[in-house]
Design a protein around this ligand. Structure first.
Ligand SMILES: [Zn+2]
Length: 136
């Protein structure tokens, strides 16, 4: 299996609903998102996917969130903008496009969302064959 990962950053505000503590108040993060692709077959150029293409796929989502209060943006007007939900949001936004672009040759393995240098959340779809926990 081959994997490639690209990273992008954005600076946004958020606050957590139904949460007691510092993060219930509006505050900002310099977020980082890492998207990892996985596949068995390389293209004619010997690439799983051109890093440049993956960055292009990510860009609209990053620009949508950058310098915004995430809680004001759909679907985060109702969905809590936790690191977990943001990781899943990036996964969903990239997975469908990746399938279309490569006819299923390349899949999104996982998305990792750093809220700080030392705290991150990761989302993957176990059923899609990324990392399959035993028994699934
Ligand atoms: Zn926060």
């Amino acid at each position: 299996m081959f994997e490639v990962t690209v990273q992008a950053g954005f600076s946004s505000g958020h606050y957590l609903r139904n949460y007691r503590g510092k993060c219930e108040n509006p505050h900002g993060h310099n977020y980082r998102v890492l998207v990892t692709l996985i596949g068995e077959q390389l293209d004619e150029a010997g690439l799983l996917l051109d890093f440049k293409l993956l960055k292009q796929v990510l860009r609209p989502t990053v620009e949508f969130l950058d310098h915004q209060m995430i809680n004001d943006l759909e679907p985060f007007t109702t969905l809590n903008p936790s690191a977990e939900n943001l990781a899943r949001y990036f996964y969903d936004k990239t997975a469908a496009q990746m399938y279309e672009m490569t006819s299923g040759r390349v899949r999104v393995k996982d998305c990792t969302l750093y809220e700080t240098d030392t705290s991150f959340a990761r989302y993957y779809d176990a059923a899609a064959g990324g990392e399959s926990p035993a028994g699934k």
